[in-house]
Design a protein around this ligand. Structure first.
Ligand code: ANZ
Length: 942
């Protein structure tokens, strides 16, 4: 009997779409274009997770919908296939990471196809394909060849960088050294996580609390030569560019905070005796604020120049280049010990607010430029070398960190801002016993006393500027991007280092010529670490490592790029996936970019989006793409949590423990401190809700925690899409993921919910197909006559809601409307073909397999993928008659069907004439009649 059977229907339609290349994209749009993009997955060995199809179904609905609206749609998929797990697998098994990666990609492909997504499979890209790597490397060379011109606010070819007069243009090495200070890709020494025990460099995510994730061995920070990308040059552009984008405000704020623009002033303090101070000041007045301060100067960055009079000490970061110069002979040993210890601390550790402040006195003093006061210079690790100028003026009365430090080291606290009168601690602040970081009125500040904080900030900055002692400055939290990894499974850098006859590097660098790209990875015999902090590719033999070019010998760069690289530009490759002669054909690029809708997880809200925007802006500046921002509209899908479980955890003495406090110990469950725990899975029937929380029915004192968790292997709550498809079908999985709630909400999985949408699809099938017949045939209720007025209204309302809901990505409400439609038409003895066909088209973006099948059963020969999307008729939405309740003294006595536009008087007249009403009011007098046209009539009778 012809029951709805996804196991039969779904593979058949998938094969049809594939054979007919139903979703092949035109090279260039022929109609209005829509580029609908998913964040491509890392093809892990675990396969697809139910979190993936959430965003993928959402974009698939939009893509299918847009095609039916006659738009040209680009909806591609690919793989972000470099990554740590494949390399770890290779270290363990000796199998080349490429082999495992390819296996995983084909498994992901199978799963994606099983879900019926309408991707153009001819455009699949993988970041590991040599044809792809080639252009990733090429873009790196564009970055290497670009400098950011702060005047024109754009990237320009390095050949256009003006070389200052002080550099002899014939001195190649000097010119190159100068250029290196400007290139967007440059080398520097940066710390890596080095683990002695494992003999390898670890990625940040492999280090937990200073120990290796694998094995728990200590990890040290070691300086290593690395590549950086000068993303900071684009900070302002990245900030400005956010404004016009159609992105969630939350994501924009995250990006803004990450870039972290801060405005204040740079101020110079004189290092030396009070006698020299006046001369120094006079010199400054003449020369103005210098670009490079002299050895007798310490430059600070402050957001509060108004507090200068309250600066009672200064701090330089332990890594600050001035530390040796500032350190006096008797302080030398203590300073060295302090700086050595600081090198082991992570930045997070150093900046934690509540942590005890540490520091050491350098032995030197500075002179405060505004009042000539002599203040001690300290070295402390709460100041970062890489932010601002790496040195601060400390104002303990108005900065919490400085206040803690001053207390600890007995440094005076001088208040210079009087808090507002209603401030609770005002007196303590004035007495130097509390810190106040807000705005107020200047005190103890010479001629500035009595003026507001904002006012003094501006006035002090202006005065410093006129005396050549300071200037307004802007800083960003954003740091340059540490762009190299010491890994095997990544893109090699297309850079050559010249070597002399002894194999020593001369310092001259050279890009790999275009025709020699891509630089492929070397063949290695095994992937085990070589036990040195240098990159893995140092294991390669000379055949790969050493290159001869134009009679010179070079050693290849052995760092590899981070996984972020490939995902910075994949959306461009989809547009022109096979191009070997250009990054992208400019005409195709112009025709398809920017991406109209980009959907992906919120975990990429900051870095991926920032990095790819940065690359895109550079490509734009250099004329390789036509738009400055790649992603016009962005949506983050919410996380799908594990099935809401009710589990009770108790320690042996019966104490109830919250699930997050429980972990699996050597032989059973323990609390974090090792106390054994008994876990009892509780059936929902055993539980009642009481007051705030949940308790056991038979033991009201036993609290039960009911909550949903992130899906994870260790919790055993991971839902496998293969299993869901096998048990319910792909259409049910797609529909359920869209029905769970708003796309952006976090929501728990429920298998019962999947069963629920499966029931809906079954009912939709039975609305059209006669399930009791021996073979496929339409239900007897299906008629060729048109809809009656009410049916037409239901139909057109559904068309309108589903259309509008898809445009606004409110898929859950669209599905609810379709459910109402099925409920209504299942009750109809006559189901007009017109309504059934239209419904199938509306359902098709959500449940494409079932829809194609029904479409065919309804007698259509071709796929519905390009059928015109149904239009609603406004006229059909208007109700021509309405049913009006007629009340006597507030109680409904009967109902009256009248024309929807009936007048007040007519309505009252007809109501009073009704026999039922006549009998109720017989013998009474009518005090008044309330008529609300279209709503009700109420007769007040006594
Ligand atoms: C004096 C002062 C007085 C400050 C006051 C604050 C409050 P943003 O840019 O908002 O993060 N600072 C500057 N460079 C630093 C560094 N490298 N490491 C640690 N701290 C640094 O904050 C800038 C403020 O942070 C600066 O303003 C400086 O302290 C500190 F009542 O200068 B302020």
């Amino acid at each position: 009997m012809p029951r709805y059977n996804p196991a039969d229907i779904e593979p058949r339609w998938q094969a049809y779409w594939e054979q007919n290349r139903t979703f092949a994209t035109p090279d260039k749009p022929t109609q209005r274009k829509r580029y609908v993009l998913d964040m491509f997955p890392y093809p892990s060995g675990e396969g697809l997770h139910v979190g993936h199809p959430e965003g993928y179904t959402a974009t698939d609905i939009v893509a299918r919908f847009a095609r039916m609206r006659g738009e040209s749609v680009l909806h591609p998929m690919g793989f972000d296939a470099f990554g740590l797990p494949a390399e770890e697998h290779a270290i363990k098994t000796g199998e080349h990471p490429r082999i495992q990666t390819e296996r995983n990609i084909s498994e992901f492909t199978r799963q994606l196809k099983m879900l019926g997504f309408s991707y153009d499979w001819d455009r699949v890209v993988s970041t590991t394909d040599p044809g792809y790597v080639r252009w990733t490397q090429w873009i790196f060379l564009v970055l290497y060849d670009t400098w950011f011109d702060p005047e024109q606010k754009r990237g320009r070819p390095i050949s256009e960088l003006p070389i200052p007069d002080s550099i002899d243009p014939a001195d190649e090495a000097a010119v190159e050294a100068y250029r290196a200070e400007w290139r967007l890709a440059y080398e520097t020494e940066a710390p890596v996580n080095w683990c002695d025990a494992l003999g390898t460099v670890l990625a940040n995510e492999e280090v937990i609390d200073g120990k290796s994730e694998r094995g728990g061995h200590p990890v040290r920070r070691l300086p290593l030569r690395q590549w950086m990308l000068r993303i900071t040059a684009y900070a302002e552009r990245l900030l400005e560019g956010l404004e016009p984008l159609d992105w969630p405000t939350g994501i924009k704020t995250l990006q803004q905070d990450w870039i972290g623009r801060s405005a204040g002033a740079e101020v110079d303090f004189y290092i030396g005796s009070a006698d020299g101070f006046e001369d120094w000041k006079a010199g400054r007045r003449e020369a103005g604020f210098v670009d490079q301060p002299q050895a007798d100067t310490l430059r600070v960055y402050t957001t509060r120049p108004d507090t200068l009079f309250g600066a009672t000490y200064m701090v330089v970061a332990p890594e600050h280049p001035a530390v040796p110069r500032l350190t006096t002979a008797d302080a030398r040993d203590a300073v060295k010990a302090y700086c050595d210890a600081a090198a082991f601390k992570s930045e997070r550790e150093r900046t934690q607010g509540d942590r005890e402040k540490t520091g050491v006195f350098s032995g030197s003093y500075a002179i405060n430029p505004v009042n000539g006061a002599k203040v001690p210079v300290w070295i402390a690790d709460y100041v970062m070398a890489s932010y601002g100028t790496g040195a601060i003026m400390a104002v303990p009365a108005h900065d919490e960190r400085d206040f803690q430090f001053a207390r600890q080291f007995d440094i005076p606290v001088v208040p210079v801002v009087d808090p507002p009168a209603d401030h609770a601690l005002r007196q303590d602040v004035l007495d130097g016993k509390a810190c106040f970081a807000g705005s107020g009125v200047a005190i103890n500040s010479g001629s500035y006393d009595g003026r507001s904080t904002e006012d003094v900030k501006a006035a002090v900055t202006a005065s410093l500027e006129s005396e050549g002692l300071g200037k307004a400055a802007v800083n960003y939290k954003l740091r340059d991007w540490l762009f190299s990894r010491q890994r095997f499974w990544g893109e090699p850098f297309p850079i050559l280092h010249e070597i002399d006859a002894d194999g020593r590097q001369t310092g001259v660098k050279r890009p790999v010529p275009d025709e020699a790209l891509p630089v492929s990875l070397p063949e290695l015999k095994d992937f085990r670490p070589h036990g040195r902090p240098e990159p893995m590719l140092e294991k390669a033999d000379d055949q790969w490592l050493v290159v001869e070019l134009d009679g010179r010998r070079y050693k290849r760069e052995t760092n590899t790029m981070p996984q972020w690289a490939g995902s910075c530009w994949y959306f461009l490759r989809y547009i022109d996936p096979l191009n070997e002669s250009q990054l992208i054909d400019p005409e195709k690029e112009k025709a398809w970019m920017p991406v109209d809708l980009y959907v992906g997880g919120a975990e990429h809200a900051v870095l991926h989006l920032l990095y790819s925007r940065f690359w895109h802006k550079v490509l734009y500046d250099r004329g390789h793409v036509s738009c400055d921002e790649p992603f016009q509209r962005l949506i983050n899908q919410g996380m799908i949590l594990g099935e809401a479980e009710l589990t009770l955890y108790q320690t042996e003495d019966g104490t109830v423990v919250a699930p997050q406090d429980v972990r699996r110990g050597e032989d059973g469950m323990t609390t974090a401190d090792g106390t054994p725990v008994m876990a009892k899975a509780v059936q929902e029937e055993d539980v009642v809700k009481q007051g705030e929380g949940w308790v056991l029915k038979d033991d009201p004192n036993a609290r039960v925690e009911s909550r949903s968790f992130k899906m994870s292997k260790s919790r055993g709550n991971v839902v496998n899409p293969d299993v869901v498809v096998k048990d319910y079908g792909a259409d049910s999985l797609r529909l359920y993921e869209m029905f769970m709630g708003p796309l952006e909400a976090t929501k728990p999985w429920s298998m019962a919910g999947v069963g629920g949408v499966r029931n809906f699809l079954d009912r939709a099938w039975r609305m059209i197909v006669d399930q009791d017949a021996a073979e496929i045939r339409l239900v007897d209720a299906l008629v060729d006559s048109p809809c009656n007025e009410e049916q037409a209204r239901v139909l057109h309302k559904t068309i309108r809601s589903v259309t509008e809901d898809i445009e606004s990505l409110s898929f859950n409400t669209a599905i609810a409307r379709m459910m109402e439609f099925v409920n209504y038409f299942t009750r109809q003895k006559q189901r007009p073909r017109e309504a059934m066909q239209t419904f199938v088209l509306l359902l098709s973006p959500f449940a494409p397999h079932l829809a194609e099948e029904l479409w065919q059963i309804l007698g259509n020969a071709k796929t519905l993928a390009y059928e015109p999307w149904p239009q609603w008729d406004e006229a059909a939405l208007v109700e021509s008659t309405v049913e009006i309740p007629i009340q006597v003294n507030g109680k409904v006595r009967t109902k009256l069907v009248v024309a929807a536009d009936i007048g007040k008087d007519d309505l009252q007249k007809q109501a009073l004439e009704l026999p039922r009403i006549q009998s109720v009011i017989e013998g009474k007098t009518i005090a008044k009649t309330i008529v609300v046209p279209g709503r009700l009539v109420n007769i007040v009778a006594k």
